[in-house]
Design a protein around this ligand. Structure first.
Ligand SMILES: [Zn+2]
Ligand SMILES: [Zn+2]
Ligand SMILES: [Zn+2]
Length: 754
C-alpha cells in the first residue's frame, strides 16, 4: 500500500475533551491535512471518522491524539481501520447521546494570551472587558450546573449572546466556536463597585476606581471565578496589618499575586520548574523561597522564608495591575474558619467590618473553589490544596462499586465513584465549623447530581466524633469505617498504581488507631485492603485534648514528664498555674490520651527551642521549625529502635536528650532544628531497612500531613533511594488530610471485592 492511497480510521478519544477547544482544533487539523469525514462529541469522548491519504492520516492522528490543545487531557485512544466511505468534506456533527463512562469537564482556566491581547487592544470590541474568554480559557467547572456542557447548563444561561458573539460561537474557524461562556461587554456579565454596606457606587470605570481605592490603603472584596478574595496593596504595611487585624489572622501567611513573572522574580527564587507551575493555565499558588535581599513587607509571611505566590488568571486581575500596582495580597474572602464565600448578598453581610469596598459581578458561581496550592518536593509537583484549576479530578482506578467516601475532619474533601472512576472533590475545609459542614453537604449534593451518581456505600474515618462520620451514620446503606493512616497510605498507592504490599511510613498530626489511642508516627506493612502496624514512634501521654495541638508547650511538658524531667526547668515562658494544671492532670490521668503522633513530637521540639508556645494557624510551630533549619548540617542525634516485640518502637528518649544537651550548650536553634530533622529521617530509614530484611518488601510509601515538611520528605526520600528502595509519596493527591477521601474509597472497594 503506498502513502498516497486513501484509508479510513474510526478514532475514539477519551478524557477531558469538552470545553477545551478540541473540536475546532480537530476541524483545523482536518483542513490542514485534507482529511474528510466527521467529528462527534459524546460526553467525555470524541469520535472522529477520518478518511484521507495514508500519510496525511498518520499526521492527523498524531496531532489530535498526541498533541492535543493544552487543556485537553486524553486518557485513552482507540483506532480502528474502516472500509472506505468516500467522504468529500469534514464536518462537526452534534450529538445528543451522552456517554456512560468517564464524565469530565474542564477545570477553570486562566486567561490565555490571545484573549489578553484583545483585552489590551483599544480597537478590540473586548477592550478592558473583564470577562473575556475563549475555547482555551475562562470559567468552566465553577459555572457548570449539569452535563452535557452547554451554555443552558451553566450560570451563563441568563446572558443572551449578541449577534457578534453568536457569529463567533457558530463559526468553526473562530477560536470562540462553541465557547459556552462566550460574551462581550454588550451581552455578558458586568462589574459593579459597592460600599461596605452594599450600596452601589456610580462610576463608569469600576476597575479604575478599585485601583485608586487599593492605592489609598483600602481592603476590597473582589468576586473572582470560584469565590471572593480580600485584596489590598501588598507593599502597604498598614493595609496588610489592617487586613490581618480585621480577619483575626495574626500570623498565617497571606497569598500574594504579582503583576507578572518579572515582579515575582524580584522577590522570590524561581526555578524553571516553578516557573512552569506559576505560569501554567491552572494558575495555582506556588510556595516559593523569598530572596534573601528582597524587601517584602514583613507582615505578608511573618517568620518564614517562603511565600505563596500566584500570577493573575482573570482578565479582571490583569487589569488591576494596569496603573502602578505590582503586588497584591489575595487572600480568600471569608472570616477565618468559614469556607470561601461566593454569593453577593451573603458576602456583603459576612465580610461586614472586614472589607471597605466590594467589587462585584453578576455571573453566579455555581461551585465555589479556593485557590489551589502547590510546591516542588523532591523535584515533583506536589499539590497541597486541590481546588481551582485542578478540579474536577477523575482517577481511573477501576473502582467496581458506587461509593461515597466522606474524608476526615481537617482539610476535608470527599470522593465519589462512578463507572470505574473516582472523582475527588475540591478542598472543602475544616469540618469543625457548621458553615463548613453546610458546604460539605452542598458539594456532595452537587457532585452526585452532576455525575448522576448513586452512591450505595458510605466510607468514613474511624473517629466517632468527626462530622464526616456523623454524616455517614445518618445515611441509609452499608457503611465502612477506615483507619485514618491506612487511608493516607492507600491514597498514595492509588496515585502511583501500586497493587502489592508496601511499607508505609505515615507521619501525621492525629488519627484514631484501632487501640483507641491517637496514632501518627506509624510504620505499616500492608495492601489496599488491610495492614499490620509493624512499628511506631514511642508512646507518650498527652494532656489537654485539642489544646495540645493549639499550644505546643503542652506537648513539650508531656514529653519532659515522660523522660522524668521537671518541665518547669525547661519551659519558662508559660504561667506557673497553667504548667501546674497540666502536670497535676497528667499525674491523675485527667483528660489524657496516649499518642504516637509525629506532629506532636515536632511541636515539642519547636516549643523547647523557643520557636513558639502557642499557634494561631494549623501546624504553625512545625512549619516555623522546618523553615529555620540550617542548610548543610548533616549530623544527627542518637536514637534507638526497640525490636523486642511487634510493633517495634522508635524510641524518642535519646533524641530528646540530645536536643536538651544542645540547648544546654547554647547550640543555635537553627542547627538543632536541622539535626532533629536529620534524626527523624535517619531513624525512619533505619527502621524501614530492618523491616525489609524480615518482610522482603521494597516499595515504600510516604504519606501523612507531617510530610508537608519538605526538608523531612526530601531527606528521607534521598536516604531510602540510596538504599535501593522504590519510594513513592503523594504528588497529585494531597499528602495531608485532603487526600484521605481517595484512600478511603479505594480501601472500601478492595474490601468489597471479597
Ligand atoms: Zn482565551
Ligand atoms: Zn456579545
Ligand atoms: Zn491525617
Amino acid at each position: 500500500m503506498n502513502d498516497t492511497e486513501k484509508s479510513r480510521y474510526m478514532i475514539r478519544l477519551c478524557g477531558v475533551v469538552q470545553g477545551v477547544g478540541y473540536r475546532p482544533y480537530i476541524f483545523q487539523k482536518a483542513k490542514e491535512y485534507g482529511i474528510c469525514g466527521w467529528v462527534n462529541n459524546a460526553g467525555a469522548m470524541v469520535i472522529i471518522d477520518a478518511e484521507g491519504e495514508r500519510n496525511s492520516l498518520k499526521c492527523f492522528v498524531r496531532d489530535v491524539a498526541a498533541r492535543p490543545p493544552v487543556l485537553a487531557d486524553i486518557k485513552k485512544v482507540e483506532i480502528r481501520l474502516q472500509a472506505s466511505a468516500g467522504y468529500e468534506d469534514f464536518e462537526i456533527r452534534e450529538s445528543d447521546t451522552f456517554s456512560k463512562g468517564l464524565k469530565l469537564v474542564s477545570p477553570d482556566v486562566g486567561a490565555c494570551e490571545k484573549c489578553m491581547s484583545e483585552v489590551r487592544d483599544p480597537h478590540s470590541r473586548r477592550y478592558r472587558y473583564a470577562f473575556t474568554n475563549c475555547t482555551e480559557c475562562g470559567p468552566r467547572f465553577s459555572i457548570i450546573k449539569a452535563l452535557p456542557y452547554d451554555r443552558c447548563n451553566t450560570t451563563m444561561k441568563d446572558f443572551q449572546q449578541c449577534s457578534c458573539c453568536e457569529t463567533e460561537y457558530n463559526n468553526p474557524e473562530s477560536r470562540r466556536f462553541h465557547t459556552q461562556p462566550n460574551c462581550c461587554s454588550d451581552c455578558g456579565p458586568s462589574l459593579e463597585l459597592a460600599h461596605s454596606h452594599g450600596c452601589t457606587i456610580n462610576c463608569t470605570d469600576p476597575i479604575g476606581r478599585t485601583i485608586e481605592l487599593i492605592k489609598k490603603g483600602n481592603i476590597i472584596a473582589i468576586k473572582g471565578i470560584g469565590g471572593f478574595h480580600l485584596c489590598c496593596d501588598a507593599s502597604n504595611d498598614e493595609a496588610v496589618m489592617k487586613l490581618r487585624n480585621r480577619k483575626k489572622r495574626p500570623h498565617k501567611p497571606l497569598a500574594v499575586m504579582t503583576k507578572n513573572i518579572q515582579i515575582a522574580a524580584r522577590y522570590c527564587e524561581i526555578s524553571s520548574q516553578e516557573l512552569k507551575l506559576l505560569s501554567s493555565p491552572r494558575r495555582p499558588i506556588v510556595l516559593l523561597k523569598k530572596k534573601e535581599k528582597a524587601i517584602m513587607g514583613e507582615n505578608i509571611a511573618p517568620c518564614l522564608k517562603s511565600i505563596g505566590l500566584m500570577l493573575p488568571y482573570l482578565p479582571l486581575q490583569h487589569l488591576l495591575f494596569d496603573d502602578g500596582l505590582e503586588m497584591l495580597v489575595m487572600t480568600s474572602g471569608n472570616r477565618s474558619r468559614d469556607p470561601i464565600q461566593c454569593e453577593n448578598d451573603s458576602v456583603i453581610q459576612g465580610l461586614d467590618g472586614i472589607a471597605d469596598y466590594f467589587l462585584l459581578h453578576n455571573r453566579d458561581i455555581y461551585s465555589s473553589t479556593d485557590d489551589s496550592v502547590v510546591k516542588l518536593a523532591a523535584g515533583r509537583e506536589q499539590v497541597s490544596r486541590r481546588a481551582r484549576g485542578y478540579i474536577p479530578y477523575a482517577l481511573d482506578l477501576g473502582i467496581n462499586h458506587d461509593i461515597l467516601a466522606l474524608g476526615a475532619e481537617q482539610k476535608n474533601s470527599v470522593c465519589l465513584s462512578q463507572s470505574g472512576y473516582a472523582y475527588m472533590s475540591q478542598y472543602i475545609g475544616d469540618l469543625k465549623e457548621m458553615a463548613v459542614y453546610e458546604r460539605f453537604k452542598e458539594i456532595i449534593d452537587k457532585q452526585t447530581a452532576l455525575l448522576k451518581a448513586n452512591p450505595l456505600i458510605y466510607v468514613h474515618d474511624l473517629h466517632p466524633q468527626y462530622l464526616s462520620t456523623w454524616h455517614a451514620e445518618k445515611q441509609t446503606g452499608p457503611k465502612i469505617p477506615v483507619q485514618h493512616h491506612h487511608a493516607h497510605m492507600v491514597s498514595c498507592m492509588a496515585e502511583h498504581k501500586l497493587f502489592g504490599e508496601v511499607i508505609g511510613i505515615i507521619f501525621d498530626g492525629t488519627g484514631l488507631g484501632y487501640d483507641g489511642s491517637i496514632w501518627g508516627g506509624e510504620f505499616f506493612i500492608g495492601s489496599r485492603k488491610c495492614f499490620r502496624r509493624v512499628g511506631h514512634l514511642g508512646q507518650v501521654l498527652l494532656q489537654g485534648g485539642d489544646r495540645v495541638v493549639q499550644e505546643p508547650w503542652r506537648s513539650a511538658a508531656c514529653y519532659l514528664r515522660a523522660l522524668g524531667l521537671e518541665a518547669r526547668d525547661y519551659i519558662k515562658t508559660v504561667e506557673r498555674y497553667e504548667m501546674d494544671a497540666v502536670l497535676h492532670a497528667l499525674a491523675s490521668g485527667l483528660n489524657c490520651h496516649s499518642s504516637t503522633s509525629m506532629g506532636r513530637l515536632f511541636d515539642c521540639i519547636a516549643a523547647l527551642i523557643g520557636v513558639r508556645d502557642r499557634i494561631t494557624y494549623d501546624a504553625q510551630a512545625a512549619i516555623e521549625l522546618e523553615d529555620m533549619a540550617e542548610a548543610g548540617i548533616t549530623s544527627c542525634y542518637g536514637y534507638r529502635i526497640n525490636t523486642n516485640s511487634e510493633p517495634w518502637e522508635l524510641d524518642y528518649r535519646d533524641i530528646l536528650a540530645g536536643v536538651l544537651a544542645d540547648l544546654d550548650c547554647r547550640v543555635p536553634a537553627s542547627a538543632i532544628s536541622a539535626k532533629f530533622h536529620n534524626t527523624i529521617a535517619a531513624a525512619a530509614a533505619d527502621m524501614v531497612l530492618r523491616l525489609r530484611e524480615i518482610h522482603k518488601v521494597n516499595d515504600v510509601v510516604l504519606s501523612g500531613g507531617v510530610f508537608e515538611n519538605r526538608y523531612l520528605l526530601e531527606d528521607l526520600h534521598r536516604r531510602l533511594k540510596d538504599s535501593g528502595f522504590s519510594v513513592f509519596f503523594n504528588e497529585q493527591i494531597p499528602i495531608n488530610d485532603s487526600g484521605i477521601s481517595v484512600g478511603q474509597l479505594v480501601i472500601a472497594d478492595s474490601i468489597l471485592e471479597d
